[in-house]
Design a protein around this ligand. Structure first.
Ligand code: HEM
Length: 259
């Protein structure tokens, strides 16, 4: 049997039909970039939600990301460099994913029919991944480009102005929904695919993983919408006080009288 298989392999190689390892490598790269982006988003949402602890706290987080506590001065270029790095991984992840998108309207209809027939939860999840991924490709790019080119305009007032006066709130609502469903479904599918936390009873652990997935989605959506509401409240107050475009003055500067 073995010699037969070897002969088949030999014939394939002779005919130039070599088994390609590219699909497996692409699969691996997609999982790795996806895992990185999902974990990055957890950190990102925690940092953005610092506004819930007050304007001063969000200001401090912004200055930390600009390197001020370590370098002694603010370097917004650090935000640009981080955004370029994230953008590169984001584009790589999307580029690898495109090969799995339905290629035509006919293929899409076939897939929908298959979904209805199968009524299999995990098959449907794949479809939601494609849809939310599509939304993120556009809205995430808009957000990343704005952040990349305006790195110094992040802060309690600057961010609130962008969200309210510069009309980013509809983009953020849609992006938040897409990213939170996409991220937690992605992590769940990764865990199932690579057998993480499988334990002895695969069926039972899958059920548990699904529960964690829902919890993560609910947690980050709540955190995201609460943060968005806090920024919107500040943005509206800026309009009311005719102070759109003004910047937050930190407590330390007020105490020293430097503002
Ligand atoms: C280095 C990369 C990134 C930086 C520095 C960054 C920074 C920020 C900042 C400062 C905000 C607050 C609002 C504002 O100032 O406009 C924000 C909000 C948001 N970002 Fe990012 N972001 C990055 C990457 C991403 C990516 C890759 C995504 C998803 C594709 C994303 C999704 C969001 C969402 C959904 C919100 C609204 C948050 C909420 O509703 O509370 N961000 N981001």
């Amino acid at each position: 049997m073995d010699t037969h298989l070897n002969r088949v392999e030999e014939i394939k190689i002779e005919q130039g039909v070599k088994k390609s390892r590219t699909p497996a490598r692409l699969d691996y790269a997609q999982s790795a970039t996806g895992l990185f982006l999902a974990l990055f988003m957890w950190a990102h949402m925690m940092l953005v939600s610092s506004i819930l602890l007050g304007e001063e706290m969000m200001y401090k987080v912004t200055k930390l990301l600009e390197g001020e506590p370590i370098l002694g001065e603010s370097y917004p270029i650090l935000v640009t460099l981080t955004a370029i790095f994230i953008f590169t991984i984001f584009i790589t992840h999307a580029a690898i994913a495109i090969r799995k998108f339905p290629g035509s309207w006919k293929e899409y209809r076939l897939y929908r029919a298959h979904m209805k027939r199968m009524k299999h939860g995990d098959t449907n999840l794949w479809f939601y991944q494609v849809m939310t991924g599509f939304v993120m490709f556009f809205l995430g790019s808009v957000h990343l480009f704005i952040i990349m080119t305006n790195p110094a305009d992040i802060g309690p007032y600057a961010s609130a102005d962008r969200i309210v006066s510069e009309w980013m709130w509809p983009v953020y609502i849609l992006l938040l929904l897409a990213v939170e469903f996409h991220g937690s479904i992605g992590l769940y599918r990764l865990a199932v695919k690579w057998g993480w936390f499988e334990g002895k009873d695969a069926k039972k652990s899958r059920k548990k993983l699904k529960m964690y997935k829902w919890f993560i989605t609910f947690f980050f959506l709540t955190l995201g919408f609460l943060s968005l509401a806090a920024y919107i409240k500040i943005g509206l107050a800026q309009i009311d006080a005719d102070k759109v475009g003004s910047r937050y003055i930190p407590q330390s500067s007020i105490e020293k009288g430097v503002h």
